[in-house]
Ligand binder design. Sequence first.
Ligand code: UDP
Length: 235
Amino acid sequence: MKENFLGVDVSSYSYDELVRNLSNDIKTNQQSFIVAINPEKILKAQEDPNLMNLLNEATYQIPDGVGAVLASRLKGGKIKERVTGIDMFLALCEQAEIEGNSIFLYGAKPGVADMASENLVKRFPSLKISGVLDGYEKDQDRIVRTINEAKPDILFVALGSPAQEYWIVENMKNLDVNVFQGVGGSFDVISGRVKRAPKLFRKLGLEWFYRLIREPWRIKRQMKLPLFLLKVLRK
Ligand code: UDP
């Protein structure tokens, strides 16, 4: 259930299929790692073999952003809709609440993960949040110890990309956790510090446009999309 664009794997599973697989990974005590893929990361990986390996090492590469969906369409593939990092995160929280699994939030500025955690509990009242830790703690041993003592089933890491992915791969073996997801700026959004695009924009596939208006510097990142599609077509 994977497609490959310019050397980078992208999963064609839906949210439901992913949630089912991941809850099974928890039941059978396996470790899995979710990474969000977008054209910017795929293009960066063209020049950085370490990043390419890192992305392909993940268990599930979710098609975050419209880039992978369009590329799949161009190549007659099966990826029909985006699976965004933040919606995957929320889908995992929903499932964790149902199954009684616990989560841990690691990353973002001091106080943000706490606020995100409060908002998650408002949304999923029985969700078990076993701990939070900000992303500016430097003592790696302390980070690993804190997470292991909390014993979460799922760890969300919000250190920005690709730092969070490198951190996950480096620390997975020392952590007694089943599911790892790199979630970028999601804690900032869930805490209410940063606003997501209104539903209508998201439905129309125009979240990028909304973000562009609010954060014009993103133009540099967004110009990567047409470049990526051209490269995929040429291949
Ligand atoms: N961050 C962090 N520790 C660091 C650097 C960044 O916890 O040393 C956090 C930052 O506060 C923010 C997130 O990482 O919450 C990065 O968000 P961004 O939207 O930049 O993610 P990306 O677009 O890279 O996925």
